[in-house]
Write a protein that binds this ligand. Structure first.
Ligand SMILES: *Cc1c(COP(=O)(O)O)cnc(C)c1O
Length: 403
């Protein structure tokens, strides 16, 4: 009998087809193997799963609802748009789904400290929240350049009790933060847990984070069916590393539901103007896993851009590379300007201010709805847009509502 997809992927070595794996220095092999074995046990433990379920209900506020966007759908005059409301999670985005679970894992393993890197600071804030809840120490490594750019998130992490460590070498951004966090982790793998912020990194993280995010898809499938009596025709989400997308896609992989990963087309197709890894990238190893990545002329991770600071990543989770390579997922593109338009449209027609990352998925859903008037479309609204308000109003004039 054929195994269900989620049980058979990834394989025992963390491969989704040829993508994934664990390309790490020898000193890291043992600690990552230990995490893998521990997770394997805990993922079948009633006690662990029950505790996680309670945390999700009583602390995070799950289940998050599905909202039917009647006004926006009428305005477009095409297909029907629905939102899975991850913006209503505690802290305002989907990231807490895996951070709470990673922190719970740390607690079960007897670790005292969570350690991670962060780019724009969103993962750092979610992890600092989880650490506070579980009474764990938290150390977040962040490029010096990003620290200056993302001041509010740095302060948030500090208020939550985390220590923010600046990465001061090289370009002083995400890549250097990853190096710095790995170095710090290696100094004490017994008492610390490295907590990765998306479905990326060495095995078992792409699998673990997908499993932790799968609650989004499980809830959404049931809720959508209850609302409409059927499954959606299409499900879409924005993809940086790809955790919110894998979360919602995972429930629909074996159904005849179209899945669209929306990549940030930024402001152009030249290197440095976008971060559409699947669209423009090629196979390569980065941050400990094999996937499709954007490279510069020397084969190193290329500079990337997106107006959504959580989705400007030069690679993509290995499972996305795999699902795209076998044709199970399709790619949608959304430019900075289209994301801003969707940001304002969703705000003005539905009273929901989306994160700029999530606005990419909304923008693509709006285009798709116009072209597919008979379809119902479920968008994973990964986060709320409060964090983006200052940037948006300084750079894009508030439009008059067009009715
Ligand atoms: C971090 C973030 C993302 C991107 O992360 P994925 O792992 O690609 O899902 C998307 N939306 C919001 C609101 C985020 O904070």
């Amino acid at each position: 009998m054929k195994k269900p997809y989620l049980d058979s992927m990834p394989d025992a070595n963390g491969f989704f087809g040829k993508f994934g794996g664990a390309f790490i220095p020898p000193q890291l092999e043992k600690p990552f193997q230990d995490i893998n074995e521990a997770y394997d046990k805990l993922s079948k433990s009633f006690e662990f799963l029950d505790e996680l379920k309670k945390i999700r209900k009583h602390y995070q506020g799950r289940p998050t609802p599905i909202t039917y966007c009647k006004n926006l759908s009428d305005f477009i005059g095409g297909g029907q748009i629905y939102l899975k409301r991850e913006d209503l999670n505690h802290t305002g985005a989907h990231k807490l789904n895996h951070c709470m679970a990673e922190a719970l894992l740390a607690k079960y393993l007897g670790k005292k400290k969570l350690i991670a890197e962060t780019g724009a600071g969103q993962h750092g804030v979610a992890l600092a929240t989880a650490a506070a809840y579980f009474g764990l120490e938290c150390e977040i490594h962040m490029g010096e350049v990003d620290i200056a750019k993302e001041h509010p998130n740095v302060v948030r992490m500090q208020i939550l009790g985390a220590k923010v460590v600046p990465a001061t070498h090289g370009l002083k951004t995400l890549k250097e933060a990853v190096d710095s966090a790995f170095d710090a982790y290696l100094k004490d793998t017994d008492n610390q847990l490295f907590a990765i912020g998306s479905v990326v990194g060495p095995h078992p993280f792409p699998k673990m984070v997908r499993d932790f995010q799968s609650v989004v898809g499980i809830e959404a499938k049931e809720q959508f069916f209850e609302m409409t009596g059927k499954l959606p025709d299409m499900v879409t989400a924005c993809v940086g590393g790809g955790s919110n997308a894998m979360g919602i896609f995972s429930a629909f992989i074996e159904d005849s539901v179209k899945l669209y990963s929306v990549e940030p087309a930024g402001k152009g197709s030249n290197i440095g103007e976008h971060s559409a890894s699947l669209t423009y990238g090629s196979e390569g190893v980065m941050h400990g896993f094999n996937s499709i990545m954007l490279k510069d002329s020397e084969g190193n991770p290329a500079p990337v851009h997106s107006i959504g600071s959580g989705i400007d990543y030069p690679s993509v989770g290995p499972e996305h590379a795999y699902l795209n390579s076998i044709g199970r997922t399709s790619i949608g593109l959304c430019s900075d300007d289209e994301a801003v338009d969707a940001f304002y449209k969703l705000s003005q027609h539905e009273g929901i201010i989306p994160a700029l990352e999530s606005a990419h998925a909304v923008a693509f859903a709006m285009k798709y709805a116009k072209e597919n008037p008979k379809e119902s479309i479920l968008v994973n609204l990964s986060g709320r847009g409060d964090k983006d308000i200052d940037y948006i109003v300084e750079n894009y004039p508030i439009p008059l509502k067009d009715i």
